[in-house]
Design a protein around this ligand. Structure first.
Ligand SMILES: [Zn+2]
Length: 558
């Protein structure tokens, strides 16, 4: 486990130049002794007849699986990654199974475990074990302390400068994160759900105004810098570029780097920093919209809504009913009219908010996210083991999935234009997080936020206002275009949606409404909009720190 199971860690330390020369070897030796001693502490406490072999086997299995994902995708065994692993579904997991994983389990777990189970172990009498096991743990602790002391100087600076290393110590990082995830329900007292926006009301609309329909397309794994609409050199978004009324905020940033982190945070009023620190569950955006009397619907073509749609009407696409057992995102539009018609008519008359949770660019099987006849960039990677494909093939497959999302958004806009529901229509498309496509050997997403590359955090934020609609009349498009490059983040999502639906509530903060500064003549929010500063002046504490996207990143694949 220490030597072979930590190949990813040794590789990374070597790449950082920490294993060169005699000092490097000494550092490696101390690190290996420290890891082995920690494993010895854990196992000596479990060294009982009933538990030792199962415990070693489990640790070997964890080592093999974590080692495979760290080496293949550059993922880290942090809290967020383990949370994602526990919340995954069968199809998501199946997409990650491949020969490499099988080989890793065979070599690092099955083979040593088979050897272990055939070894006779002399456990001795119970009374002897009662003092011997703790004594062994204490001895290992002393060895650990000596090893840490011996390498303290290089260790302290290395850990401070390279925060990712602590999540690469195998299998300990995975075990610690798994325990933290498992202990989560214990930490949070089971307080009742904290209500939010019970005072929410729709502002009175002018006589004869049609009810508003807002289609919230919740994107999956889409990178802002791979949209030609946002300056990417390849034509990935022809549909969005030819539609009138499309506005893109090109400087938008996610709350987290995974679905499980980002989605609940987007639909919360707390914003990134306060959401992470919350100590009880709290109602979110969809609850507030419902309190305001609006009809709300969540339609899922992904792995679920992560709790944000629990108290509103929701449905998931029946994957078995779609060809090949997987529904394309377009299939959500086929049933949309009937699903909206089935909502409470009194609520519908006030207005409708529908969330379409996309499959989008969900990896690693990007090639499955675009239809065979519509592939624009070839050759594409057709494996789940992305590192076995060339960088170009991976990017081709990914860009084809962006083209498919563009097509889907074009169809959604066409659907809204035909207006089968007789409403005043708006579409807002925002992705949950981005994706690494092999830059610095990183793949997929889910890196700890503080050290995640921009590729995993820079997301598209695209608005479509129906030309001639009342919404288009109150929002100044030249003003919004002028603000297109101002920073915006998932912190703005909650308040922007309330603003678009003209919901007034204590929970609404105009300063975090991305549209507020460009709104005029809307009786709904006029008063508060006057106080809203332009987004470029948004308070720094509410938007995550970030660096501007580098133009070189945008065009490197072009
Ligand atoms: Zn996601």
């Amino acid at each position: 486990m220490t030597v072979a199971g930590n190949a990813a860690l040794w590789q990374r330390l070597n790449a950082l130049g920490l294993l060169q020369g005699p000092r490097g070897w000494a550092f490696a030796l101390c690190a290996a002794v420290a890891i082995a001693a920690t494993l010895a502490i854990i196992l000596s406490l479990l060294a009982w007849r009933a538990t030792l072999k199962p415990a070693v086997t489990l640790l070997l299995l964890a080592t093999a699986v974590a080692s495979h994902f760290m080496l293949s995708y550059g993922v880290l065994m942090d809290y967020g990654m383990l949370l994602n692993a526990f919340q995954t579904d069968r199809s998501e997991a199946a997409a990650l199974l491949n020969l490499g994983l099988f080989g890793s389990v065979l070599l690092l777990a099955a083979w040593p475990a088979a050897w272990l189970w055939r070894q006779p172990v002399a456990y001795g009498r119970l009374r002897r074990q009662l003092w011997r096991n703790p004594a062994l743990a204490a001895g290992a602790l002393a060895v650990l302390a000596l090893a840490v002391l011996a390498m303290f100087q290089p260790l302290a600076s290395t850990m401070r400068n390279h925060k990712d290393l602590r999540y690469m110590i195998n299998p300990l990082a995975g075990v610690v994160s798994a325990v933290r995830v498992a202990a989560r329900p214990l930490q949070r007292p089971s307080l009742p759900m904290e209500p939010l926006g019970l005072d929410a009301r729709l502002q009175p609309a002018p006589a004869g105004a049609r009810p508003r329909l807002l289609l919230l397309v919740l994107g999956e794994t889409a990178r802002s810098d791979h949209f030609s609409l946002n300056g990417y050199a390849r034509p990935t978004t022809p549909q969005l570029q030819q539609q009138a009324g499309v506005l893109s905020f090109v400087n938008a940033w996610s709350c987290g780097t995974s679905t499980a982190e980002s989605v609940p945070c987007m639909f919360s009023d707390l914003g990134r920093s306060r959401y992470k620190a919350r100590n009880r569950d709290r109602e979110g955006l969809l609850d507030v919209l419902q309190h305001a009397g609006l009809a709300v619907l969540w339609l899922d073509n992904q792995s679920g809504c992560k709790g944000v749609c629990d108290r509103v009407p929701h449905a998931a696409m029946d994957q078995a009913a779609c060809p090949g057992g997987a529904c394309p995102d377009e299939a959500m539009l086929d049933t949309l009219q009937a699903r909206i018609a089935a909502l409470d008519p009194a609520r519908r008359a006030r207005g409708v908010v529908v969330v379409l949770h996309q499959m989008g660019s969900h990896g690693p099987a990007y090639y499955q996210r675009s239809a065979p006849g519509q592939k624009r960039f070839l050759p594409e990677c057709t494996r789940n083991a992305l590192q076995d494909c060339s960088r170009e093939e991976v990017v081709n497959a990914y860009d084809n999935s962006i083209v498919a999302t563009d097509r889907f958004l074009g169809q959604a806009i066409d659907w809204l234009r035909r207006n089968p529901t007789g409403t005043d229509n708006t579409l807002l498309y925002v992705s949950d997080h981005g994706e690494s496509l092999g830059e610095n050997n990183l793949y997929l997403h889910g890196m700890p936020y503080a050290i995640a590359p921009d590729a995993q955090k820079h997301v598209p934020w695209i608005t479509w206002l129906a030309p001639g609609s009342a919404q288009a009349a109150v929002l100044s498009q030249p003003c919004l275009r002028a603000q297109a490059a101002a920073p915006v983040s998932h912190d703005h999502y909650f308040h922007s949606v309330l603003g678009l639906m003209a919901v007034s509530t204590e929970a609404y903060k105009p300063a975090l409404d991305a549209y507020a500064a460009c709104r005029s003549g809307d009786p709904a929010l006029n008063a508060s909009a006057a106080q809203a500063p332009p987004r470029s002046a948004a308070p720094g504490s509410t938007t995550p720190p970030r660096s501007a996207p580098k133009p070189a990143d945008k065009t490197s694949e072009g």
